[in-house]
Design a binder for this molecule. Structure first.
Ligand code: NAP
Length: 315
């Protein structure tokens, strides 16, 4: 597997960010977009065919869609900085953004669109085996599992998408789900059910991942009977959802009970003036590429109104 495996803390951002950039730049606001040093582009960078983004009836590859959105943002003057933000100071009229090279950027408005991070199962061996047969990204690592027997954990759209994609490489793909009903949309479920290489293991949770240097299998626990058994595997993909990435604003912005950033009604306004939030970091429910882009639009318009009101109050 590649040297930098796609562990849960891998950075995925910027689809609402880039859309906010398009709007903010066209409004003449000279936006600076802080993309991570690792890989900007949001979760779409790890998606293969995007079939549900309006305007692409034949579908489009996730990375290609992101490139197009970025080109559109840059065309109108959005500046993209490829560096990690390490600290934010958001109260006060001037907001301060520190990047990992120590530069402090000052601005009057901030749109926070950091997306979400892959959820871990919560087992101690996850860290050790990450990149050694254990992955969170089928499009990144699927290639390493040619003719192998692997499993995907999860029952949502991501798990169905990953399992279906992985059948291009693997000879057998188990889907391990903790209930006997999937959460995924019907079309994604059906695609997985119709695939002969995919076998479902219902009512099962991964109680342990086996292997010293590389994944050799999992210990499964039946969620109904509590019985345990081992399943031999050469790879394990985890697709059990995401958690909003909010660590940079803990103690500064109000959060919801779900851990997303609290915003005022249908706006992007956070608990601090001049600070707006968009995308998966505010949305525990819909989390689609097109809703995230729409939410970036809302944030850019809110920021534009806020900056205009600052100008008005000066006059
Ligand atoms: P999700 O919809 O939240 O599903 C997570 C799945 O993982 C659920 O089946 C859940 O089980 C299971 N799970 C959660 N925590 C677990 C744990 N600790 N151990 C074992 N299983 C666990 O997440 P997602 O599949 O990543 O999808 C997120 C959003 O992105 C959704 O809105 C989805 O529609 C969207 N998405 C869309 C597409 C598409 O349209 N092409 C593709 C990918 C994602 P339970 O069902 O029992 O809760």
């Amino acid at each position: 597997m590649r040297e930098e495996p796609h562990a849960p803390d891998h950075h995925h951002r910027q689809r609402p960010g880039l859309t906010a950039g398009i709007y903010a730049a066209r409004a003449g606001l000279e936006p600076v977009l802080f993309a991570s040093s690792v890989e900007p582009g949001g979760e779409l960078m790890n998606t293969t065919d995007v079939e549900n983004f309006p305007g692409f009836p034949e579908g489009i590859q996730g990375p290609e869609l992101m490139e197009k959105i970025q080109a559109q943002a840059e065309r109108f003057g959005t500046k993209v900085v490829y560096d990690d933000v390490t600290a934010l100071e958001l109260d006060g009229d001037v907001k301060r953004i520190t990047t990992s090279d120590g530069t402090v950027h000052e601005t009057q408005a901030v749109i926070f669109a950091t997306g979400s991070a892959y959820r871990k199962i919560g087992l101690p061996e996850e860290e050790r085996l990450s990149g050694h047969g254990l992955s969170w990204c089928a499009t990144c690592d699927g290639f390493f599992f040619r003719e192998k027997t692997i499993a995907v954990v999860g029952g949502g759209d991501s798990a169905m998408e990953e399992a279906t994609f992985l059948t291009r490489f693997a000879s057998k793909v188990y889907v391990i789900h903790r209930r006997e009903e999937l959460r995924a949309s019907k079309i994604m479920q059906q695609r997985a059910f119709d695939n002969e290489k995919i076998e479902f293991i219902w009512n099962a949770e991964v109680a342990g991942i086996l292997g010293d240097d590389a994944v050799t299998g999992v210990r499964l626990r039946d969620t109904v009977s509590g019985e345990e058994r081992e399943l031999a595997l050469e790879g394990l993909f985890v697709a059990i959802g995401n958690d909003p990435r909010t660590h940079l604003v803990h103690g500064q912005l109000e959060l919801t009970a779900e851990g997303t950033i609290a915003v005022d009604g249908r706006s992007s306004k956070t608990s601090l003036p001049g600070v707006f939030a968009a995308g998966d970091v505010v949305d525990p429910t819909y989390r689609q590429a097109v809703t995230a882009a729409g939410s970036g639009t809302v944030a850019a318009l809110d920021a534009e109104h806020y900056l205009a009101s600052l100008e008005d109050s000066k006059e």
